[in-house]
Write a protein that binds this ligand. Structure first.
Ligand code: SAM
Length: 363
């Protein structure tokens, strides 16, 4: 049975009461499923942002393939709020094992991630199987279209509804996962970025502005890189302070997998957590936290996540600890940081980015 999204209790993580936990692309998918006449068999949901489709389709026992720890939290909340069953979870860095009759893929913004996922799906469709690409029209680029043509012989764009599309792909052309990792150097270290990891192909300019101030960082015996991406900050810190214990955290599985590969590339040992910020990790009395915070969640621009990370950092820091954070000048983090720290000192002269040293966490 397919549930009506409007009848479900669905929330986002982090909570955003003004924003819906689903969009018109989800509605279109559910509408099209009412007349689905493809093969019967297992269904796979990919990038289902807050678990809305998994909740609506729980009775069909879909598999759920997602990169994000926050999406995983939202899924748990939403299935529980609606007394629905939890789908089988597949880690985003894992290769798909089953063959699927129907795959519903929310097109990600990253074309490299889209290509990698299409390549996996093309090799894992059952005989006559279909892949539906659900997307808001404004996020469907020429690049997405070219990739669909590269991996599938038949493409049916379907009718648009409420500015959403559900494109049907059949007849896979290329079998087997495409290797799409990028390698580059930033600061003093070699980095590996897997599809979907932040700053996939080149270092982030904010991270580079931060690295330029690294000689001012205190020498400590352990530190956290909060939102580590491919590990650019932690590994450059370890280059200067090789005996420090590095704790890397990211909510994206592709990021933690990239950081694992980057650490190995530089011969470093690190502790890695796939987690929504610091929540539930029990880390306290930290002498140093480094952070280049996110400014969007999927396609939505937001500083909410950054603000939550600032608050968590203040909680986890030792009284004498330091929180170092970089941000785009126009985001005006100075004001928000002073909510949680007694001293917030800008330490960089970069025209576009500010690096702040924050001390004196407020209780
Ligand atoms: N540190 C890397 C750098 O400097 O290039 C990545 C910085 S990027 C601006 C922000 C990172 O935070 C992304 O890798 C993103 O996946 C991660 N992130 C977003 N929300 C998070 C959360 N709630 N908990 C942990 N990491 C998060």
């Amino acid at each position: 049975m397919i549930e009506d999204l409007t009848q479900l209790t669905l929330s986002r993580v982090p909570p955003a009461p003004d924003l819906q936990a689903y969009n018109a692309a989800d509605e279109l998918v559910l509408q099209r499923l009412q007349t689905y006449d493809g093969p019967a068999g297992p269904m796979l949901l990919v990038n289902d942002g807050f678990g809305a489709l998994a909740t609506a389709l729980a009775s069909t026992s879909p598999d759920w393939w997602n990169d994000s720890a926050m999406a995983g939290e939202a899924l748990k909340l939403n299935v529980s709020a609606n007394q629905a069953s939890t789908p089988r979870l597949i880690e985003s860095s894992a290769d798909l094992k089953d063959h699927y009759a129907l795959v519903i893929l929310h097109a990600p913004k990253s074309l490299t991630l889209f290509e990698w996922q299409l390549s996996q799906i093309a090799g894992r469709l059952a005989e006559g199987g279909q892949c539906w690409v659900a997307v808001m029209v404004k996020h469907l680029s020429r690049g997405h279209q070219k990739l669909m043509q590269r991996y599938f012989g038949q493409i049916n764009p379907g009718l648009a509804a409420k500015k959403a599309r559900c494109v049907t792909l059949t007849d896979p052309l290329i079998q087997g996962s495409t290797e799409l990792a990028h390698d580059y150097v930033a600061g003093q270290v070699n980095l590996v970025s897997l599809p979907g990891c932040f700053s996939e192909a080149r270092p982030d300019p904010g991270a580079l502005a931060f690295l330029a101030e690294f000689d001012q960082l205190p020498a400590v015996d352990r530190f956290v890189d909060l939102g580590c991406g491919n590990g650019v900050l932690a590994l450059n810190y370890l280059h200067r302070h090789p005996h420090s214990q590095a704790i890397l955290i990211d909510e994206s599985r592709q990021a933690t997998a990239s950081a694992t590969a980057s650490a190995a590339r530089n011969g470093r040992q690190v502790d890695l957590y796939h987690n929504n910020g610091l929540s539930g990790l029990g880390l306290t009395d930290l002498p140093l936290i480094l952070c280049n915070p996110p400014f969007h969640q999927s396609t939505t621009l937001t500083t909410d996540i950054a603000h939550t990370l600032f608050e968590q950092a203040a909680d986890a820091l030792a009284d004498s600890g330091e929180f170092w954070v970089v941000g785009n000048r126009h985001l005006n983090y100075h004001k928000t940081l002073t909510r949680w720290f007694s001293q917030v000192t800008p330490v960089s002269q970069h025209p576009k980015f500010v690096v702040f040293r924050c001390t004196g966490p407020k209780p």
